[in-house]
Design a binder for this molecule. Structure first.
Ligand SMILES: [Zn+2]
Length: 261
């Protein structure tokens, strides 16, 4: 793999992802969901929705009279340790080094909040659930479900919370507000253009003032762009700007971790 040029690697990665990644994980769960009672549960898979700060991708939302399930799917192999409060969890694969990943419960809070705002509903009507395909827990926190228990967990909610009219209206609102993959790409490239042209600038993580795009003059990121605080040198807040190459490399690493290969 090391002999490949960067663009070749990127091409292979994209192809790989299309061929394999798309077929497992989320699609397993969408298959399962298709066996739920059709007049009660309305599964919507792989949604991209606008949030206050950008966009978010949600693996699955199931609208039903018993509540709205917001589902995050994790395809991980190994022994997993983590609790509700820890920002990062640890996975110990069976034959490789352990690694950390973001607490999926925290990730799903943003997803649930996006749905809550979009539908203008109370928290009570939302059920956040994380489904693990593979992966073994020492002791799993609540609403962490293995894929074997996915259907029974959903069916265990049986108090009516939402009227039939609302169910229909909610499905329509979500469908109307989702971005197609093409729209999503366009939206991201628009944001990137605006960032590059200085039309929009991030705020300093330390003092909340505007930031200025600069080029690192020294250090390991020499020659690479970053955001620096406009009140430098009194504030030294910075935000790195990831190059396209760095982004793809990270994705490739995450991808290989996913399959434990
Ligand atoms: Zn600052």
């Amino acid at each position: 793999m090391s002999n490949l040029s960067f663009s070749e690697l990127e091409k292979q990665y994209v192809q790989f992802q299309k061929n394999i990644c798309g077929k497992i994980g989320e699609s397993v769960i969408s298959e399962y969901a298709s066996t739920l009672e059709k007049d009660i549960y309305y599964p919507l898979n792989d949604l991209v929705l606008k949030t206050g700060r950008g966009t978010t991708q949600i693996d699955q939302v199931i609208v039903s009279k018993f509540g709205i399930f917001v589902v995050e799917v994790k395809n991980i192999n190994g022994l997993i340790r983590g609790n509700i409060n820890q920002p990062k969890w640890i996975c110990q694969p069976f034959n490789r080094k352990p690694y950390q990943f973001y607490n999926p419960l925290h990730q799903n809070v943003l997803h649930a909040r996006t749905i809550k705002r979009l539908l203008d509903i109370s928290q009570k009507k939302l059920i956040s659930m994380i489904v693990f395909i593979g992966g073994v827990f020492d002791s799993a926190p609540d609403n962490i479900i293995s894929s074997d228990n996915y259907l029974s967990y959903i069916r265990s909610y049986n108090n009516r919370l939402i009227t039939d009219e609302e169910v229909k209206a909610f499905v329509k609102i979500i469908i109307d507000n989702q971005l197609s993959p093409k729209d999503h790409q366009e939206y991201i490239s628009q944001i990137n253009k605006k960032l590059a042209s200085g039309e929009i600038v991030p705020k300093c993580p330390r003092c909340n003032k505007k930031m200025i795009r600069r080029i690192a003059k020294q250090g390991p990121r020499k020659g690479k762009p970053f955001w620096g605080c406009s009140s430098f040198p009194s504030c030294r807040g910075t935000v790195n700007i990831k190059t396209e190459e760095e982004k793809v490399k990270e994705e490739i690493q995450a991808f290989f971790r996913l399959f434990d290969i």
